[in-house]
Design a protein. Structure first.
Length: 696
């Protein structure tokens, strides 16, 4: 075995240091709460001593020297020469931060050092110079301290040892290969049945292999699971530092920190949770004098409570501060042209997630760092989750972040609609029932069924997805999100099973009604639908069909109200008709165009498009070529032949790349041609805006 080179040694040290610095932060915060606990002091000393020695072996002399400086300071606490004060903890925490920066090769950023100082004129970390009058035990005076109580329900940290550090990309590759093996196993079984009439489930070896692969897949997925406690120390540190900086008394409480979720999901959410915590300190908790004047306890409380509910994890961040000033938010929204006259206070609270809404109650340099809560929502939704807010004036605010435990395996109900099979995450299914015409009623022209003595609106799943077909007397599946239920009529129920879900291509934006996809045993693609997105789309469609001036049957969510208000304030939006028989491509185009501010209608082929055009004009037609019933060339020719449609620009988006196809499109009357292979958001919007602008 060859000897490790210096680069390999430093790579190993970087992995080790990441774990030890996280533990060091946790121990220091705990030490601040428990005074000079000898066990904690010894543990901190050990961590620093180990870091010092490992850094020396890795040839990182500056890091080793810095760890030595911190070790000496902790040695003073251990010997009784120094008392544990907020200033000492500040120094140790900043020193730990600078250790991390030095290991990462970043500048130390030492305060009090001029750029022109010669190397060696200052100690490695100038922050370690403590006011002598404040540190000896015999001279310590009661200094103003901003206490921050901590209450946690986490298990003790596991003893080191028996742990192998593995890069995440290796785990990802392992999970992927196991998933591919399981899919290949299923395809083999399907092939045996179809080609040879052999039922593989009658073979004990085949069944044993199935069980082994399932267990292997489950265990591989568990290797990616990490507890929320891996980031709660970081959040506690943020609360502690910001509370001290603002002179506020804040108690930090944690419940359910041992709740596990996929590391990828947790990494994606960590910045959003940090933003919400800082927001609670900066804008939620009032200064001590204000709380006292209001008759509230002087010390505020911020709680993080995590729990698993089905296949989702809910992380709630609650403060007992002043709450959201809805009048301020309403005024700010109206200043941006949003009609808030029909919005309740609950709807108004949701507006804080709207891009561009910035009031002193929500975004500052401290809590937002120039980033609004709209980015929090975008980040959470990118992880197929959602974020909600509830607030009571004078009593506090709660943000709830709800995400799936893992994006890899979901228990799903399989349904057929419009001749296609779809998967619905089972934890969102309330019930499924046969169609019973006598049990249906209507409300404001919409069909409803009664579930637990509550009316639940019903829509056709095929119609909601924009596909043809759909049985008028098929079974109904009732789905739920956090606050709403909605029934969807399908052709038939196929069954339920675990689905290995794969994310869509990174080239695609988040599609509101699609959570992902899975490869079936026969090699076909199974789309996994997103129930909250389906419910949102069905409600939007229902509101669009309501009679003018009639209020919707149920209160709308704020984001839908905002979109409606924006359309009203901006006048009629430019309408684009998207024509494509592929659901994923159709929804991708809809998502991009709606996000750019267009009013989008969809059609599944040329005949459907002509029917949509008969209902109302469009500013532009975006069409595929290969479609059933009427293809894109025939549609373009029909549009050019109709006097009332002839001036509408037609943009073809196709996978056909031959010059003959381009020429045929131009001869049919198309105004532009984009290849799907080179398609992206920028090129699409550039072409759309150019064609619409040329028409004016």
């Amino acid at each position: 075995m060859s000897i490790l080179g210096i680069d390999q040694i430093r790579a190993l040290f970087a992995q080790e240091a990441e774990v030890r610095l996280t533990e060091l932060d946790r121990l220091l915060l705990q030490l601040e709460q428990q005074g000079g606990d000898e066990t904690l002091v010894r543990a901190i000393f050990r961590e620093l001593h180990t870091l010092k020695g490992s850094a020396a072996v890795a040839g990182l002399d500056d890091v080793s020297q810095l760890a030595h400086e911190l070790e000496e300071l902790v040695g003073g606490i251990r010997s009784g020469d120094l008392a544990v004060t907020p200033a000492i903890i500040d120094t140790l925490l900043v020193g730990a931060d600078q250790l991390g920066s030095a290991i990462a090769g970043e500048p130390a950023g030492v305060p009090g050092t001029d750029a022109g100082d010669e190397p060696g004129d200052e100690p490695v970390v100038a922050v370690l110079v403590i006011d002598e009058s404040a540190t000896p035990v015999t001279a310590v005076a009661p200094s103003p301290r901003v206490p921050m109580g901590v209450e946690t329900a986490t298990a003790p940290a596991p003893e080191p040892g028996g742990v192998v550090m593995v890069p995440m990309d290796r785990l990802d590759e392992l999970v992927r290969l196991i998933g591919e093996s399981a899919s290949a196993h299923l395809r083999m079984g399907s092939m045996l049945m179809e080609k040879f009439g052999v039922d593989p489930t009658l073979n004990p070896e085949f069944n044993e292999l199935s069980r082994t692969l399932n267990e292997l897949q489950e265990r591989a997925m568990r290797t990616r699971m990490v507890p929320l406690s891996t980031i709660t120390d970081k959040l506690q540190r943020a609360v502690r530092d910001l509370a001290r900086a603002q002179g506020k008394t804040i108690r930090w409480e944690v419940r359910g920190a041992d709740t596990e979720l996929d590391r990828g999901v947790l990494v994606a959410l960590s910045d959003s949770l940090l933003h919400l915590v800082r927001n609670a300190v900066d804008h939620g908790i009032e200064p001590d004098v204000v709380r006292a004047a209001a008759g509230k306890p002087v010390g505020g409380t911020i709680r993080l409570h995590a729990m698993q509910l089905g296949s989702e994890v809910i992380v709630a961040i609650t403060d007992d501060g002043s709450g959201i000033d809805t009048s301020r938010v309403r005024a700010q929204a109206e200043g941006q042209g949003v009609d808030t006259s029909r919005l309740s206070d609950e709807d108004i609270q949701q507006l804080i997630f709207r891009a561009g809404l910035s009031t002193t109650a929500f975004v500052t340099d401290v809590s937002g760092r120039g980033v609004g809560l709209d980015v929090v929502r975008t980040t959470v939704e990118a992880a197929h989750g959602r974020v909600e807010v509830r607030s009571a004036t004078g009593r506090g605010t709660e943000f709830r972040v709800i995400v799936p435990i893992t994006l890899a395996v979901l228990r799903c109900l399989l349904v057929e609609s419009g001749g296609q099979c779809f998967a619905l995450p089972f934890h969102r299914v309330v019930l499924s029932q046969r169609f019973d015409e006598t049990g249906q009623t209507s409300a404001e022209g919409r069909p409803v069924i009664w579930v637990e003595d509550q009316p639940v609106p019903v829509s056709a799943l095929a119609g909601t997805l924009g596909i043809c077909g759909g049985s008028p007397d098929g079974p109904i599946v009732v789905l739920a999100d956090t606050a709403r239920r909605h029934g969807f009529q399908v052709d038939r129920l196929v069954g339920q099973r675990d689905v290995v879900i794969k994310g869509l291509s990174t080239l695609l934006p988040h599609l509101p009604a699609v959570a992902g996809a899975s490869v079936e045993p026969d090699g076909s693609i199974l789309l996994v639908l997103d129930p909250p997105g389906l419910i949102q789309r069905a409600r939007q469609a229902a509101r669009g069909q309501a009679a003018p001036g009639r209020p919707p049957a149920e209160p709308s969510k704020a984001r839908h109200a905002v979109a409606s208000a924006e359309r009203t304030s901006a006048g009629a939006l430019q309408r684009i008709l998207v024509v494509d028989d592929a659901l994923t491509i159709r929804e991708l185009q809809r998502s991009i165009l709606e996000r750019a501010g267009f009013d989008v209608r969809v059609a599944v082929d040329g005949l459907d498009a002509l029917a949509k055009l008969a209902e109302g004009p469009s500013e532009l037609i975006l069409t595929d070529i290969e479609m059933p019933l009427m293809d894109g060339f025939a549609l373009t020719e029909a549009v050019r032949a109709a006097p009332d449609l002839a001036n509408i620009p037609v943009l073809i988006l196709s996978s056909r790349s031959s010059e003959a196809d381009r020429q045929r499109g131009l001869e049919a009357g198309a105004d532009g041609f984009i290849l799907k292979s080179g398609f992206d958001e920028g090129s699409l919007l550039l072409a759309v805006n150019r064609l619409i602008g040329a028409r004016r």
